[in-house]
Design a protein around this ligand. Sequence first.
Ligand code: SF4
Length: 360
Amino acid sequence: MPSTSRLSILAKYPFLPEARRYISEYGLTLESFSDPAYSKIVERAKQRIVDAIRLGEGVDPSNMSEDEVVELASFPLAIILIAAIKDRFLARRFALTEASLATKLLLDDDSKTILRIAREVFGMDVKAEEAQAMAHEYSMGLRDYLKGSMTFNAPSWKLVNRIVIRGRVMITINELIRLMKDKVMEYVLENIEKAMSRPPKLPQNLQKIIDEIKSTLPSKRYEEEIISGESSPEAWPPCMKLIYQNVMKGENVSHFANFALASFLINIGMNLDDILKIFAHRPDFDQRIARYQIEHIAGLRGSRTKYTTPSCDTMKTNGLCVEDGKLCGGVKNPLAYFRRSLRRLRKADKDKAEVEGERS
Ligand code: SF4
């Protein structure tokens, strides 16, 4: 296992501009990877993807190579392979895994390096504070802070709970690294998208690796139609349809939105295993944790209280109501919308059956 302090900065953070320059000066092309001399780079690129599938956020820096070129070159190669697999869920999971790896390395790094990357690479308006306000070593411009923390639900991130001095929000080093994690994820996703838009021709050995990885992806995940009968999205309110669609696309959905959807599905009577299948599309899905959370919301664990679905007012406060409720006829709770729409669908079915009966 390499000690992360011994790894060069380029190997640790392959998204740095100087890392990209180094690789382009090295003169590697996709054809180079058919040469056995570069097999270690190919193996490490494959391992990066396998780590994403198997470990996700649990990725371990001990899997990194001590060879700087292997570590550096395997990063863009893995991006090309992910783009060729064309699986958006895998792309997000890979981005999350790489961002988690960078986070673990940053937590072990010196504050000068962290600050430099935050400012120069991600353009964050952050600076070290001389007179430290309580435990906060840094401050961030209000705009950047609000933009970066927008999707975080923990009350500690809310602006009312922060120390703000002259338009700057005081943050700790760990909070800065948490904000940087999303920047790494964005960087990786953008590069996968770019590679997807102009897919290169790959040498045979890389195509073989892609086939091997594809065969390890769970096939059930591709089923969009896992919900049928009276739980069908046809009767759902627009807010729940939207959260559901975003979860199914493997997009980042806030904790509150996940809770709202899970409590809605439980309350309309969907089977817990089917709910779990929906949340399996999340890039950070962990079956054990997700099952526990769903069972907790359903009142089968902990306090044994079944949670109700958040009201429309609470959904609005959390920015989850669609078109300010204009499509929903004044309902107070998404469940009321569902029950009303179910009654309409049942009536329409009955009318149709009667018309067909009269015809026959
Ligand atoms: S009004 Fe209520 S049910 Fe309709 S979209 Fe908004 S939160 Fe959902």
